[in-house]
Design a protein around this ligand. Structure first.
Ligand SMILES: Cc1ncc(COP(=O)(O)O)c(C=O)c1O
Length: 404
């Protein structure tokens, strides 16, 4: 077969499509005896397989003709109504199911936001670090990223204010601020209520949109205030995203956006051309799983499992890691961020050595839009088995020692 030289045919935007470092990693580790602290996968123990069997049988026998058919782009009405109740119970006030659009995971929601709201060179604020999937989705629209550091109280909103003032002084306007305020991925921190209120005030003063991404608020391990930005919003400028991926099953690919009806209508137009609609069958399954209390019981079970695994990882870090390393003490979510003692250490370069030694992680650099973070890594504690967490950290520590 002759070589086609495919690069001659590729659109320029392919260059903007960074291969997800996590997905590439999962490929490398496939079939090898490696303890993976890399992905963000839920523990399969939390999947309610028996309950889902019953739900699927019921759907197919009672409602199979609808569940296997095409359905509205916005999502089936029953699921949007159920999500309205679900969100109201979570403290995210939604008046009308028309303010919700069901998406194929919240990853698609991020893509829809990139396509409908971001023009090339628009200023888009991201936390340092931020969720890699959001960075990659937004990058396709060629924004100017502005990175704002995080600390234990979430995004440093005072620094954001100073940056906004400076940008506006230069005649530039910020279009959108993306944040994961509760149980951040990858930092594990929650934004303080005072900062959440301050962020809302800034959004009004400087006229930008806030994208509030909330996959993890069900997994907080310490009593914390989870007041949503959406509930503080007085001017319809918060776009709220969430997903069933971590609280039911990611394979179903069910996420959603809650925003003003006007915005949701634009998102609907965009989604029409992306995939017509989210899997009807998966929507029916999700509807039943929420209605029958299965999602609630997954949350309760998973929260106990994840808290225990987090504690095991924190203990192992304390036991094995060399002095000078810093790691986050997550108040929620599924991740711990680790920083090595020296700026010149590069966790990307260290990765292959780590995989050969038997452990994988995600190098932290790709979570930072300003190119920093090369000496950090993200460690996941939800997926590995309890007995592997400590061993994985022991191996990791010996790899780190080789570089000091
Ligand atoms: C912050 C954040 N947003 C969005 C997503 C995407 O989730 P989904 O599986 O619903 O596409 C994830 C997945 O890990 C995430 O951590």
């Amino acid at each position: 077969m002759k070589d086609l030289r495919l690069d001659r045919f590729l659109a320029d935007r392919v260059n903007l499509m960074a291969a997800s470092e996590i997905r590439e990693l999962l490929k490398i580790t496939e079939g090898r005896k490696v303890i993976s602290l890399a992905g963000g996968l839920p523990d399969p123990q939390t999947f309610p397989k028996d309950e889902l069997k019953g739900i699927i049988n019921k759907i197919l026998s009672e409602n199979g003709d609808r569940a296997l058919q095409y359905s509205p782009t916005k999502g089936i009405g029953e699921l949007r109504s159920e999500l309205t109740n679900f969100l109201n119970c979570r403290g995210v006030p939604i008046n009308n199911s028309d303010d919700i659009i069901v998406t194929s995971g919240s990853q698609q929601a991020l893509h829809i936001i990139a396509l409908t709201l971001i023009n090339p060179r628009d200023y888009v604020v991201m936390e340092l670090p931020s969720y890699l999937g959001a960075i990659n989705a937004f990058r396709l629209s060629e924004p100017n990223f502005v990175g704002i550091p995080l600390d234990d109280d979430g995004m440093n909103v005072d620094i954001l204010e100073a940056r906004l003032r400076r940008l506006y002084g230069e005649g530039k306007t910020v279009k959108l601020v993306y944040t994961i305020p509760i149980a951040h991925n990858p930092a594990g921190v929650t934004m303080s209520l005072q900062r959440r209120k301050h962020l809302i005030e800034l959004s009004e003063k400087y006229d930008f949109i806030i994208v509030e991404d909330d996959p993890y608020s069900s997994f907080t391990y310490e009593p914390s205030d989870t007041t949503s930005l959406k509930s503080l919003d007085r001017s319809n400028r918060v776009i709220y995203l969430s997903t069933l991926s971590k609280i039911l099953a990611p394979g179903l690919r069910i996420g959603w956006i809650a925003a003003s009806k006007e915005m949701v209508d634009v998102f609907e137009r965009c989604k029409q051309s992306l995939d017509l609609h989210t899997s009807t069958f998966a929507q029916f399954i999700s509807l039943e799983a929420i209605k029958s209390g299965v999602v609630k019981s997954v949350i309760e079970r998973a929260k106990v499992i994840y808290k225990r695994k987090k504690d095991i990882m924190l203990e192992a870090l304390e036991k094995y890691l060399v002095p000078g390393c810093w790691w986050s003490k997550p108040v929620g979510g599924l991740f711990i961020m680790l920083r090595l003692p020296r700026e010149d250490l590069n966790t990307s370069k260290m990765l292959f050595e780590a995989i050969d030694a038997g452990v994988a992680y995600v190098p932290g650099g790709s979570f930072y839009v300003d190119g920093s973070g090369a000496n950090t890594m993200r460690l996941n504690f939800s997926f590995p088995k309890e007995e592997d967490i400590s061993e994985g950290i022991r191996i990791l520590s010996s790899v780190v020692r080789n570089h000091l």
